[in-house]
Each structure stands twice: as C-alpha cells, then as structure tokens.
Design a protein around this ligand. Structure first.
Ligand SMILES: CC(C)(COP(=O)(O)OP(=O)(O)OC[C@H]1O[C@@H](n2cnc3c(N)ncnc32)[C@H](O)[C@@H]1OP(=O)(O)O)[C@@H](O)C(=O)NCCC(=O)NCCS
Length: 331
C-alpha cells in the first residue's frame, strides 16, 4: 500500500482514570438492578467516577502529559489541541484552552468538539488532515468525559452504563509507510433526540422547572441506540477497509467504542473479525464516551496487543447521531 502521500501517525498515547471505583454491586444499592443483569446485558463490571473536585480538564491533563511523554514531544512543540467532550469544565472557555494553558502549550491553537462517543476518531481524522497537508507537525487529540456529573443515579436504564476517564494521543507525520490510511465520518442529526441531555443549553436554559424535570441528565432510548450503533459502526468499518483495500480478516486489532459487549461483538461478526482480535476493557471502565477509544488504545499498546506494522481499526458511534472510523498501519 506504499505511496508518496504524507500521512499522520500516532506518536504517543496516554490515559488517566479517576481512582474511585463504582461496582455493579454499588448500583444494586441505588437502583432496581443486579450485577448479573448488568454483566449479561452490557459487559460492564465496574467504572471509574471523578471526585467532586475533578472536572474534565483535571482528567485530560494527566492523559495529555502522558501522551506527550510517550511521544517525546514538549508542550511548546504542539501546533493544535483538539479536545472532544460532552462534559466540559464550562460552556466557555473551552476545556481545550484550559488544558493548553495548564500544560504550557504556548504555540498551539485549541478547540473543543461535541461529537459524543465518536469524538476521538473524528478529532484524529481532522488532525490527520492538517498533518497530511503539511500545515502542522504536532497535534494533541484528547477524549475526556466526566459523565458521572450528568448521570441520573435514579435511572437504571442509563446510570449503570457510563463512566469517567480521559485518553490522549499526539499525532505527527508518519516516518515510514504507516499511519492513518483511511478515515470516515458521518452524522444523522434527525435521530439526535434518542440520546441527549435536554436541559442547560439555549433551548432549555437552567431553571427550577428544568431541574425538577431532571433535564440536566443523560436521556436515552437504549434499544433504538443499540440498533443504530451496530449498523453505523459496521458501515464505518467497511468504508475504511474498502478505501484502503483491505478485508476484515486483514485487521490485527479492532478497537470499537466500548459501549456494550453485545454491540461490539455484533460489529466484529459483521466485519468478519474474530472476537480474539477485538480489544475490550469495557468491563473496567463502562462507556466513557469520547475517552473510550483512546483509553483502549493506550491499554492495548501497554499490553503489547499492538505491534509495529499491525493494522488497527478504530470505530465509534455516538450522540448526534455520529459515527466514524479510521484504519491505521501502526508504526
Ligand atoms: C441499555 C441497554 C443495555 C438495555 O439493554 P436491552 O437488552 O436493550 O434492554 P431493554 O431496553 O430492552 O430493557 C429490557 C428490560 O430491562 C430493564 N432494565 C433496563 N435497565 C436495567 C437495569 N440496569 N437493571 C435491570 N433491568 C434493567 C428495562 O426496564 C426493561 O424492562 P421491561 O421489559 O420491564 O420494560 C441496551 O439497549 C444498550 O446497550 N443500548 C445502547 C446503549 C449505548 O450504547 N449508548 C451509548 C451509545 S454511544
């Protein structure tokens, strides 16, 4: 697949998860659920929860510093920071700007994106364009969530699914034939109402009424989301494989958004990727939305599940609805 195109590669990856662990048994004390139900229907066993004092940037910064250290890149070398989250520190300034200041990335632009669980892949795909066209040399991409702050701990349909965490990657020009080979990004805003936080924005500013109606929490039609997640992730995976001239069986590791084991296994089956080649850490973290792929990527590297030359397929689906994929020849 060698060609002369300048490509973007992952130079370093890092992650951070808050210390506090909430197990399924802890949820048995809060809502009408059981450890067995949660494991069987989702695959989640425990998740990390940010402390009252931790906002998104407090999780993002250690993940970003780790990615920079692994990449041997200094903050001053960064040209751009793209941070994906639906749980920013504030509406504004952006969480990316808070990170930019605190890590001392004096020469970087910084922006947040709101792409739900697809954010990290979207943001890497956007970053890759700046690198491919030669505009930038070093881009920091961060996926971070403090979903526990918007989880309704009285709603068993949603609260057992999610968790907090952060992951980050430094992207730069590929040195060899590897890097991001193909990208895909899609959206269908007509279905956004199936997964949303209805209160707090300009449509429904915070008020006594919005608080009473519990509008500042995640609302989700789980069964509908499930169906679309499988279909869209399969479409995204097939698209990038085809564009780069590969089949599912060529993939060395599939890193799907860690939402639900049943979704992940179904996507793998449809892409003809054996379950042994699917990276899973959902049992430890739950669905950490924008942080899910970079946390998984970081753990997969640490565990030696990715070697130089491997073909890695990242696929995600999220609020919006949005879905995305990229296919990476690891360097
Ligand atoms: C949420 C999800 C796990 C529910 O699993 P499901 O098999 O679809 O379950 P259903 O929604 O059909 O509900 C089945 C029953 O379980 C119940 N149930 C829901 N959550 C429960 C829980 N935590 N404990 C026990 N029972 C629960 C429901 O109330 C329902 O009961 P009913 O039949 O009496 O109404 C699943 O739909 C899912 O994972 N959806 C995608 C979610 C997702 O990934 N979102 C993020 C996308 S980025």
């Amino acid at each position: 697949m060698a060609d002369n195109r300048r490509r973007a590669a992952f130079l370093g990856v890092g992650r951070y998860a808050p210390e506090k662990v909430l197990t399924n048994s802890d949820f048995e004390k809060m809502v009408d659920t059981t450890d067995e139900w949660i494991i069987e229907r989702t695959g989640v066993r425990e998740r990390r929860i940010a402390s009252d004092k931790q906002a998104a940037s407090d999780l993002a910064i250690p993940a970003a510093l780790k990615a920079l250290e692994t990449a041997a890149v200094s903050p001053e070398e960064l040209d751009l920071i793209i941070l994906g989250t639906v749980t920013p520190d504030f509406f504004f300034p952006s969480t990316a700007c808070i990170v930019q200041d605190k890590i001392g990335a004096k020469n970087a632009g910084a922006l947040d994106t709101s792409v739900g669980c697809s954010a990290f892949i979207y943001d890497c795909n956007i970053a890759s364009q700046f690198i491919e066209n030669g505009r930038y040399e070093r881009v920091l991409v961060i996926g971070v969530e403090t979903l526990s702050k918007i989880m309704d701990f009285t709603d068993r349909n949603t609260c057992v699914l999610f968790g907090d965490g952060a992951g980050a990657a430094v992207l730069g020009p590929a040195k060899r034939d590897g890097g991001i080979l193909a990208t895909h990004m899609k959206a269908d805003g007509s279905l956004g109402y199936l997964l949303e936080m209805p209160g707090g924005g300009s449509r429904q500013p915070p008020s006594h009424e919005s608080l009473e109606r519990r509008m500042h929490y995640i609302k989700m039609a789980g069964r509908e989301v499930f169906k679309h997640a499988v279909r869209s992730m399969v479409e995204a995976g097939r698209y990038v494989l085809e564009e780069a001239g590969y089949e599912g069986e060529d993939v060395d590791l599939l890193i799907p958004h860690q939402a639900n084991w049943r979704i992940m296994s179904s996507v793998a089956d449809k892409l003809k990727i054996p379950h042994g080649k699917v990276f899973v850490n959902l049992d430890k973290y739950g669905n950490t939305s924008a942080a899910s792929i970079p946390i998984a990527l970081s753990e997969a590297l640490e565990q030696g599940r990715i070697k130089a030359g491997d073909l890695v397929l990242n696929v995600a689906f999220g609020a919006g609805f949005t879905w995305a994929a990229n296919l990476v020849r690891w360097e």
